[in-house]
Design a protein. Structure first.
Length: 134
């Protein structure tokens, strides 16, 4: 589209006429166009950097330990498989899709309790709405 319309502002106006909700800025349009001219593609280049520390072997060890003891903590798993806590945590979140949670104990509410709750609410409501009680 940039090749046809020549200027990023014209491309942006074209998108606006089509009522698109997420119109890129002129700077973004120009950057994408220049990237296309240089590389022949709009895809990002492959990222360089440090290789991931969570190898397939480490992931397998973590999964095995969690299968064996599913209520184990990150520190416990880290200690058992001799892998750093940060690698265990990242693997559990990003690779295995686990999310942290904290166990909560709750009380079961029985049918008989409902009448007592209504009675207590009826007793407390006038006290809470009374202006002289502040």
């Amino acid at each position: 589209m940039m090749a046809k319309l020549e200027y990023p502002s014209l491309v942006r106006r074209h998108f606006q006429r089509e009522n698109r909700p997420d119109i890129p800025t002129e700077k973004t349009i120009k950057a994408i166009y220049n990237k296309f001219l240089q590389t022949g593609s709009v895809h990002d280049r492959e990222q360089s950097g440090r290789p991931p520390s969570a190898t397939a072997e480490k992931v397998e060890k973590i999964v095995e330990e969690l299968t064996k003891n599913p209520i184990n903590s990150i520190r416990g798993v880290s200690r058992e498989v001799n892998i750093s806590k940060s690698v265990v945590h990242r693997t559990m979140r990003e690779v295995l899709g686990y999310k942290p949670y904290k166990m909560h104990l709750t009380q079961m509410i029985y049918d008989e309790d409902m009448d007592l709750r209504v009675e207590m609410a009826e007793l407390l409501l006038p006290i809470l709405t009374d202006k002289n009680n502040d």
